[in-house]
Structures are given as C-alpha cells and as structure tokens.
Ligand binder design. Structure first.
Ligand SMILES: Cc1cc2nc3c(=O)[nH]c(=O)nc-3n(C[C@H](O)[C@H](O)[C@H](O)COP(=O)(O)OP(=O)(O)OC[C@H]3O[C@@H](n4cnc5c(N)ncnc54)[C@H](O)[C@@H]3O)c2cc1C
Length: 344
C-alpha cells in the first residue's frame, strides 16, 4: 500500500464573490509551509468529504498571487447538480480543516516579462487572475484580459479588476463580454480581439465551447501554437487521497531510472510495461499525482536523460514537452537508463 503526502489546511476566510462563487482562503500548518510554494496558474486538490465510493477529490485553481498574497486562496463556482463545488460553497467555513495535496500544475507562464493576452469565462478566471496579478506585480509586460460572463452579477473579481485597471492604466486592459448584453461570444469578436494582440502569450480557461472558440480565434489571428496555453476544468475520476495498491508487471525488459524527489535521489528498476508513477509508489516514494488519467498535470516531472513516451496526454502542450516535462502517471520508458526530477 502506498499513498502520496496529503496536508491539512485551515480555512481562515470565506468570501462571497458572486451569488454562485465563493473564495476560500486557507493556511497550512507552520511545519508544512515549505510544501505550499506555488506558481501563478497552479491548483490545489481538495479531499471533499463524501460517503461515495471512489471519493470526491476536486482540483481548484489558486486565485491568489504567490508574490502578492500572504495566504492561499481558491475560488469555487457552483456547478449545477455538482457534488464538490456545492459542498465547498455550502459547508466550508472559517476554522474548518480540509485535506489537500500540495500545489501543482503546468498552466503557468515560463516568464512574467512578456506581454499577455488572457481569455477567461466564468470560473475560468481563477488561474487567470493569479497570472494577471503576478504578471502586473512582478513582470514588465502588458496584459489584456478578455473576460466572458453570463451577466454583470456573475463577474467574479469585478471590483478587484477595476482597481487593477486604475493602478496599471498603462499596462492592463480588461474587455468584458456579457451574454446578457452581446449574447454568447461570437467568433468574429474573438478573432478581432486576438488579432489586436496576436504577438502576445495567450492563456485561456473556461467551459469547453468557449475554449474551442478562443482556440480557433487565436489560430485564425496567427498566434503560434507554442504561445497558446489552456487549462481544462474537469472533475477527477479517481481518488488521489486513497491508499493505492500498485502491482507491477515485471515480465519483459526493464530500464533503470534515477529519480529525484523532495531532495532525495533514488535508483530503481523500471519494468517497461509500467507507468513511472506506479514504479515510484510501489517503491514507497511519495510521488505527486491527482487524476492518474493524463488530464491534470499534478504528476508532472522533468526528464533529464533518456527517452520515454506517454500513453495519454490531455494537458501538456508542445512547449512543455519540448522542455522535457512529462506526466509521471502516463510515462513508460523507451531507453535503458533515465534520469528524472520532480524538484524543478
Ligand atoms: C486543474 C483544474 C483546476 C480547476 N479549477 C477550478 C476553479 O478554480 N474553480 C472552479 O469552480 N472549478 C475548478 N475546476 C473544476 C472542479 O475541479 C470541478 O470539476 C467542478 O467544481 C465540478 O465539480 P462538482 O463536484 O461540483 O461536479 P460533479 O459532481 O463532478 O458534476 C459535474 C457535472 O456532471 C454532472 N454529473 C455528475 N454525476 C453524473 C452522473 N452520474 N451522470 C450524469 N451527470 C452527472 C453534474 O450534474 C454536473 O453537471 C478545476 C478543475 C481542474 C482539473
């Protein structure tokens, strides 16, 4: 049996952002603080209490900025008929303690000193807000945010965005698209907006039809794919908080992997038909993961030497892969020796 490291955090504030969205500010225990450094755009995985078989772990992006906000804040919008989001909005209160996994994810800018074109719809503003605030505070470039919502009432962070536009009037431009005013965002509108800033780095997050429309618009506007980044919001299908029993298939050829995790380097045999994450868990290492389905990037690590392939990848983009980033939960080896790190 093996398990990755989970942490308890205490809720210190609950903010009603809109009628259906709440921000939850949390604080880890002092001894765990070093595990909670994060980059803008990353997320926490919450262990939502449930009697349901398979648990109810859910990922929520950090809307706080690592360089501005002392505490970590997630922002959760109710999904109609959804279990986790409604539980958070209805039940999580100040002084409650909830179990989480350390921050993770690859939806984060490589550099903050570039110009950004951000697209968000509804709760998709959460990771985008963290990127926006951090880029304005730490970076030197310009930022344009195209933000789509149902109506004015449902605009999360409306006042904060107004204040930021005032404070950074030469660097920040916010364009609101409201369904109640203009209808759903039209392809032509999105293309025109993308065309105004086609030389920028694009980060987008929102419901699937919005992401599809924005992806088509930025491609039409000539933004090169290496500058386009997506975050997909999905519910996890498995429970990363449960004990996991990993049985390796050690028939057939075996590679050797030297893996660095939490400052320690371990050399392991890697039977080639097994995924890296399973090999590490079977060896008792506390490797990170959430979905185990190639959907969320919580298990991302970097290949320093050797070749491998991923059976499934719904989240890493061409630029990530070019930098050697792989999903541990999907990686199987191709070469005899590999060196991998989780610590960069
Ligand atoms: C990296 C990442 C970051 C994220 N960040 C955020 C964030 O910052 N803010 C945010 O609000 N969300 C975020 N999400 C989404 C979040 O994790 C949840 O997916 C979301 O809150 C919905 O979860 P839920 O438990 O409320 O809904 P679920 O219970 O998962 O239900 C989702 C939908 O499926 C339907 N459904 C459920 N079960 C069935 C069934 N058996 N048959 C048919 N239909 C069914 C429900 O009616 C509902 O419409 C993120 C996701 C990822 C992967």
């Amino acid at each position: 049996m093996s398990q990755q490291r989970a942490f308890k955090v205490r809720v210190v504030e609950v903010i009603a952002e809109t009628p259906d969205a709440r921000s939850i500010v949390v604080e880890p225990e002092v001894a765990d603080a070093s595990h909670f450094g994060y980059r803008p755009g990353q997320f926490l995985t919450l262990n939502i209490p449930t009697d349901r078989e398979g648990g109810a772990a859910r990922c929520y992006s950090l809307s706080s900025s690592p360089s501005l906000d002392e505490r970590l804040k997630i922002t959760v919008k109710r999904t109609e008929g959804g279990y986790g989001s409604n539980w958070v909005c209805d039940h999580l209160g100040v002084d409650d303690v909830i179990e989480v996994l350390a921050p993770s994810g690859t939806f984060t800018p490589r550099s903050l000193d570039v110009d950004f074109l951000l697209f968000a719809a509804g709760s998709g503003i959460t990771p985008v807000m963290s990127i926006l605030k951090t880029a304005l505070h730490e970076g030197s470039g310009k930022v344009a945010l195209v933000y789509a919502n149902r109506d004015e009432q449902s605009v999360i962070f409306r006042d904060e965005l107004v204040a930021l536009e005032k404070a950074y009037d030469d660097r920040l431009q916010v364009i609101h698209l409201l369904e109640s005013v203009q209808g759903l965002p039209r392809a032509r509108t999105l293309e025109q907006l993308a065309g105004m800033w086609a030389d920028r780095h694009v980060f987008m997050c929102g419901p699937e039809p919005f992401m599809d429309a924005v992806t088509a618009a930025v491609s039409e506007a000539g933004v090169t794919p290496d500058r386009v980044h997506h975050e997909k919001f999905l519910s996890l299908g498995s429970d990363p908080f449960a004990d996991s029993v990993v049985e390796l298939d050690d028939a057939g050829p075996t590679s050797t992997v030297e893996v660095t995790l939490d400052g320690a380097t371990t050399t392991l045999a890697w039977p080639r038909s097994n995924k890296l994450l399973d090999v590490l868990l079977a060896a008792g290492l506390e490797a990170p993961y959430s979905c185990r389905e190639g959907n969320c990037s919580a298990c991302a690590c970097i290949v320093l030497e050797g070749d491998l392939e991923m059976e499934r990848n719904e989240v890493l983009e061409a630029e990530d892969i070019a930098e050697g980033i792989v999903l541990g939960c999907q990686a199987v080896p191709l070469s005899d020796r590999l060196r991998i790190t989780y610590d960069q």
